[in-house]
Design a protein around this ligand. Structure first.
Ligand SMILES: [Zn+2]
Length: 250
């Protein structure tokens, strides 16, 4: 479901034939083919038929942009090159750009201070869990006072969810449990405002706002490294996300 304040004003159905459609199709092919290779025959990207482009038009009461503190971590040429290599290993296409994200993943940090999260993400060494570069990161982090920090531009892929990084925006919440985050009114207000705004801006439907623990059942999940195909984390289970998603639609 698209947030009610965003209305799909026009749905343009492009026939698979015709010069315009074929130009667009060939322009998209390198990315689509690589991504489609990762998926089963029933994945939406592999289904034949016309391609639909839904144009989302902001209306007067579109979700407003919440206050966001820009707090960028180092994302230099080295980290960009490492991200490209990471995408090559895990998704089969070497690109560092986050194109047309379809999923928002909700996390908590299992730590209690914003500064410790920032310092971990900022220090670009191999991560402690999987020993890979670049370091893990998240586009946004919400601190316990309800301040939204943006650490990475939405231009770039961030490593926060195995199997989904190529298409997912990551939002971390500073806290040691989902219960703690869901029980913090200031954090939840900031979080839901941020997610509603991102949903409207990127056209991301409610069912694709998921908890990290729901990653394996996402229709967008794709992973080339066999030992990581069933890997996920315990943060934000389906039951906890039912509570979160209900608050999003309030
Ligand atoms: Zn997580």
């Amino acid at each position: 479901m698209v947030p009610p304040s965003f209305v799909a004003r026009s749905t343009v159905t492009v026939s698979a034939r015709g010069p315009k459609a074929s130009a667009r199709r060939s322009a998209r092919l390198p990315r689509s083919r690589a991504e489609a290779r990762l998926r089963g025959p029933n994945h939406p990207m592999r289904r034949p038929g016309p391609v639909q482009f839904v144009r989302l038009m902001p209306v007067a009461d579109a979700p407003p942009r919440p206050p966001i503190t820009q707090d960028p971590i180092v994302f230099d040429a080295r980290r960009i090159a490492q991200t490209r290599e990471y995408a090559g290993r895990h998704y089969g296409f070497k690109r560092a750009r986050l194109r047309d994200p379809k999923v928002i993943v909700i996390h908590y940090t299992a730590s209690s201070t914003y500064s410790s999260v920032f310092n971990t993400f900022n220090r670009n060494v191999a991560d402690v869990e999987l020993g890979e570069t670049p370091q893990v990161c998240s586009h946004y982090v919400i601190d316990p006072r309800g301040r939204i920090h943006q650490l990475v531009s939405l231009k770039w892929i961030c490593r926060h969810t195995v199997g989904l990084n190529y298409t997912a925006i990551g939002i971390e919440h500073v806290g040691t449990s989902a219960k703690q985050v869901l029980g913090n009114a200031r954090m939840m207000r900031a979080s839901t405002r941020l997610v509603r705004w991102l949903q409207g801006r990127q056209g991301i439907v409610l069912s694709n706002v998921i908890g990290h623990n729901e990653s394996l059942s996402s229709p967008y999940h794709a992973e080339r490294v066999a030992r990581l195909r069933r890997q996920t984390h315990s943060d934000f289970t389906r039951a906890q996300m039912r509570v979160y998603r209900a608050r999003l639609t309030r």
